[in-house]
Design a protein around this ligand. Structure first.
Ligand code: GLN
Length: 191
């Protein structure tokens, strides 16, 4: 199994560290030809506007969109979730536009920009540390979308077919549970 990590901007290094720890081969994705080599892709946190722009400049936006539509497993964390959304609340921007969710950027206000929370994710037994940094949340979901987690009434984890999206940063903790959850999706897809 080989996992790609979109590496145009943001926290891609930290995701690689987690995959290294799990003994999973990964590569940094910077050009479209690399998409042929991988079994799944992680879209890291960072700044979605910058990332979206760079995806266009690097000619990655359309090829990646096609790959995801054709079933390649994708894991969007924070900005990555924003990239996946079909709709942003009060904002006409759409990046990949593949996941049937409406996402509110910087959904917790500036004061509450960063916080930690011990929370539950559906399908995961123990509570895990959720790290939020100027995080988005999911305001509404389409019929096919499964809600995997909420914090104080706000949706923070969703799954739709081959797509997993969360508003927090599992790569900034020691916990590998969510990455393993995604790798499981990739494994199943390969079979
Ligand atoms: N606020 C950022 C954005 O809009 C997301 C923050 C993050 O990825 N930690 O893209």
């Amino acid at each position: 199994m080989k996992i790609g990590i979109l590496a145009l901007q943001g926290a891609f290094l930290e995701h690689k560290k987690i995959l290294d720890k799990l003994g999973v081969t990964s590569i940094y994705i910077k050009e479209k030809s690399q998409l042929e080599e991988i079994d799944g892709i992680i879209l890291p946190g960072g700044e979605s506007t910058a990332m979206g722009k760079l995806m266009k400049e690097f000619d990655l936006l359309e090829p990646l969109k096609e790959k995801i539509k054709n079933g390649m497993p994708v894991f969007g964390t924070c900005s990555g979730l924003i990239l996946l959304a079909k709709k942003l609340v009060n904002d006409d921007t759409v990046h990949l536009g593949v996941m049937d969710i409406a996402v509110k950027r910087n959904g917790y206000g500036r004061q509450l920009g960063s916080f930690k929370y011990l929370g539950s994710i559906k399908g995961i037994e123990k509570k895990i540390e959720l790290v939020f940094i100027r995080a988005p949340y999911v305001e509404t979901v389409g019929e096919e979308v499964e809600i995997l987690g909420e914090v104080e009434g706000k949706i923070i984890a969703v799954k739709e077919k081959n797509m997993l999206g969360i508003s927090f940063h599992p790569e900034l903790t020691e916990d590998t549970t969510l990455h393993r959850y995604f790798l499981n999706m990739v494994e199943k897809n390969k079979k």
